[in-house]
Write a protein that binds this ligand. Structure first.
Ligand code: SF4
Length: 331
């Protein structure tokens, strides 16, 4: 067996430490780095901090962009959601399946993670770790270098590919040992351990829920746009995304070709991306929202609309929507 492994790499301290612990043994390691669906379609992983941290310790990475296959899992996670729309157990299973595929392609001997037993409430409990391992058919191949000494030896340890004596037996929520190791390995920068991904964010989760329910035919750009602007459901079949600043306006306009209608003001105000079916009265509401966030004194009152069917219109904005009405429409 080759002294080669695949590591689930997040850029967090634990995955950096797991990498160092294995690389110090002379094991060739590939960090598998997942890009979640909220990333911009223009996102280049090379620019991210996670990649910078990996480069610093000499870890080479393979990037995997989570697309529709991943999102199908998020829509219906067999193990359910955490506090918000985060399907952590099934997400972990998905990541490990991809790592197992890479292990086979790369003829590597094991898959490693930076998991620490008992550190997180749901996905890192010992029983859950074992359940996940079984679900992905990696029994015996899944190595947790930071907690290995309190777990059954893996095949790589038994076969002498990984020296078990040089692994750790960390458990629990205290991070003391990890911080000591960080000092030992001179690791000063890493991604924050707090929080989780945007699926755990209450506001974003509400938007994800709305998208899944109201626009089940959504695409990856719709997922990215959940992170931009203010979102309002102005009719059961129609959602609008309202830019909050120049950067967001530019970003929304960039994806205008994927909108059912795009609205750009002549006055200083928000660009608005509409998704769904437009009916009578909807343009009036959109004008009222544009007015609420815009400034008619700077550039007049005209909102230019371009519809998916190729139609265009110059709409005259009138009264602004009041905040109570707006709040009721907020997603
Ligand atoms: S926090 Fe997000 S990325 Fe992490 S396991 Fe949960 S769903 Fe997956």
């Amino acid at each position: 067996m080759k002294r080669k492994g695949i590591l689930l790499y997040s850029g967090g301290l634990d995955s950096l430490l797991a990498a160092k612990v294995l690389m110090e043994q002379g094991i060739e390691l590939i960090g598998l780095h997942f890009i979640l669906p909220f990333a911009s379609p223009d996102y280049h992983p090379e620019e991210s901090n996670s990649v910078k941290y990996a480069t610093r310790i000499g870890l080479s990475l393979s990037h995997f962009r989570c697309g529709m296959e991943y999102l199908e899992m998020v829509k219906n996670p067999p193990h359910g959601y955490g506090k918000e729309m985060n399907p952590c157990i099934d997400c972990k299973i998905y990541f490990l399946r991809k790592a197992a595929e890479l292990m086979v392609r790369e003829k590597a001997s094991f898959v490693a993670t930076g998991e620490v037993i008992g550190q997180r409430p749901m996905s890192q409990m010992k029983n859950m770790l074992l359940h996940i391992e079984k679900s992905v058919d990696l029994k015996g191949y899944l190595l947790r270098p930071l907690s290995a000494r309190i777990l059954e030896p893996t095949i790589a340890e038994q076969g002498g590919i990984v020296d078990r004596e040089k692994l750790y037996g960390i458990s629990g929520r205290s991070r003391t040992v990890q911080f000591e190791l960080a000092r030992k390995y001179d690791i000063e920068e890493y991604s924050s351990p707090a929080g989780g991904c945007l699926f755990t964010d209450r506001n974003i989760a509400a938007r994800v829920r709305d998208l899944f329910e109201r626009h089940p035919e959504f695409n990856p750009v719709d997922m990215y746009l959940l992170t931009i602007g203010r979102h309002y459901r102005i009719a059961p079949e129609l959602k609008i995304i309202v830019g909050r600043n120049e950067r967001e306006n530019i970003e929304l306009e960039k994806y205008a070709g994927m909108a059912d209608a795009m609205f750009v003001p002549e006055f200083k105000g928000p660009s608005i991306f509409a998704k769904g079916a437009l009916n009578d009265g909807d343009c009036e509401t959109i004008c009222a929202v544009a007015g609420r966030y815009g400034n008619y004194e700077k550039g007049g009152t005209v909102l230019n609309a371009r519809f998916k069917n190729g139609g265009i219109a110059s709409l005259e904005c009138g009264p602004k929507v009041d905040d109570t009405t707006l709040d009721a429409m907020r997603i």
